[in-house]
Design a protein around this ligand. Sequence first.
Ligand code: 6U4
Ligand code: NA
Ligand code: NA
Length: 156
Amino acid sequence: MASKKVLTLVFVKEPGKILLGMKKRGFGEGRWNGFGGKVEKGETILEGAKRELLEESGITANTLSRVGLINFEFEKDPVILEIHIFKTSDYNGNPTETEEMRPQWYAEDSIPFSQMWPDDHLWFPYMFNNKLFEAYFLFKGMDIIVSHWIKEVDNL
Ligand code: 6U4
Ligand code: NA
Ligand code: NA
């Protein structure tokens, strides 16, 4: 039976640039990504997103705005990952390396997509153009997208 895991993914933005973190361990190790993780029992998705951002980057978000919602499925795996993506330009603190992530700023026109999850280059344009989206990706292993769809939405 399919079960669902709810996760968050947060991007810190400044005009023309974005903060990414190199994942040093666990799921997605070796890939640049936003900051995030599993939503815990007793917290809202927004609370989980802020907590993971702080734990992994040292940054406190005052406000988060929605970017998109993606459901990921992996062949031969009954678990669906529901990832809620946010961004913030309203935050305190300086990016700090943690046990899980090594943060680095990237210019929007030089995002290291070849060292990221292969779905990212397909939906980052929505984020950079401030278009909310919903998407679905079916993966085979960690590298191959078997099928997918993305659609712009009015709200999430
Ligand atoms: P624990 O087990 O507590 O150390 P936790 O930090 O809760 O882990 P983690 O690091 O496994 O969770 O979360 C995975 C992170 O990777 C989330 O922020 C979502 C993100 N992620 C997973 N698949 C992704 C994909 N295909 N594309 C993407 N981000 C993905 O851009
Ligand atoms: Na994480
Ligand atoms: Na976690």
